[in-house]
Design a protein around this ligand. Structure first.
Ligand code: RUB
Length: 280
């Protein structure tokens, strides 16, 4: 195979892996897209990459920076940002905490593992996150790091977050984010109901995310194929399946955003973020 066709093959594979969610989570997507773009730095490949996951401002932001800023600098922003989030999260977690999380956010997973390595004693409740079960990835990664994990079906979220019905009281909810908007965040489907239930139970909800996920634009909400939910749906019944990938979580449910800019309530975050241009 020639050099160009080998590159083409790698590029196509990344595209496919992002589309099928083998590569998932806003930050992993953005990092892999950067690499794919380095293989074919053309407008066409940028368009292709951007079309894969329409609800990802981080992807949009890095692909608009990549021609102006060295990739190394972008990657070191991610590294520094995660380190800052780890340190802030370490302060937030108290011994004995039961932390509830959803889907797979690399930001949340790294911060939890860091806290564990620093000796914090806590456990995690997490959801399986249908239809693609990203929650299993979270559970496995946390367990491998020695964190106690209890895994729930999505439909059990009410029980898991209930003081009366659950075995333990959840003390904090940690969510990742795909987008931070002026009015709230966008994260995996199921996030809003978790935030509503947490608020009802008086459990604080923290969103752990890189501030480069901020977007002042209106974003298209990604809808995915029905086969992820019901592969061989019996045609005769004419059942329609909807598979929205993401959900909007209004800011009123969010106690604070944990970003490289600090642990800030929503309006303080917006003030700080809007003052800052994206420095790299
Ligand atoms: C993943 C998801 C994650 C955010 C943040 O959705 O909702 O919480 O992307 O992830 P999907 P990270 O599996 O559809 O990509 O913290 O890794 O950026």
């Amino acid at each position: 195979m020639g050099k160009r066709s080998a590159k083409k093959k790698r590029f196509k594979k990344i595209l496919e892996d992002i589309k099928t969610l083998k590569i998932q989570g806003a930050e992993n997507i953005a990092k892999k897209a950067l690499y794919a773009y380095s293989l074919f730095p053309t407008k066409r490949s940028k368009r292709k990459l951007l079309s894969l996951r329409p609800t990802e401002p981080l992807l949009q932001n890095v692909l608009s920076l990549v021609d102006k800023v060295p990739t190394k600098k972008i990657l070191s922003h991610f590294k520094d940002s995660q380190q800052k989030i780890n340190q802030l999260t370490l302060k937030l977690i108290k011994n004995g905490d039961v932390i509830f999380t959803h889907c797979h956010s690399s930001t949340v997973v790294h911060a939890l593992i860091y806290a564990k390595q620093k000796g914090k004693k806590f456990e995690v409740y997490n959801t399986e996150t249908r239809p693609l079960f990203q929650g299993r990835k979270t559970a496995i990664e946390l367990k491998k790091a020695g964190i106690k994990v209890t895994h729930f079906a999505d439909a059990a979220v009410g029980v898991a977050l209930s003081k009366e019905q659950s075995t333990k009281k959840v003390t904090k909810v940690f969510l990742g984010a795909d987008a931070i908007l002026r009015s709230g965040v966008i994260n995996k489907i199921g996030s809003e109901v978790i935030a509503i239930l947490a608020k009802k139970q008086g459990v604080p909800v923290y969103v752990l995310a890189d501030s480069w996920k901020f977007s002042s634009k209106l974003l298209k909400m990604e809808q995915r194929g029905y086969k992820e939910i019901w592969k061989r749906i019996p045609k005769i019944f004419g059942i329609k399946v909807k598979n929205p990938a993401f959900e909007f979580v209004p800011k009123k449910y969010i106690t604070a955003l944990v970003t490289e800019l600090g642990i800030l309530d929503y309006s303080s975050f917006l003030r700080k973020k809007l003052k800052e241009s994206q420095k790299v």
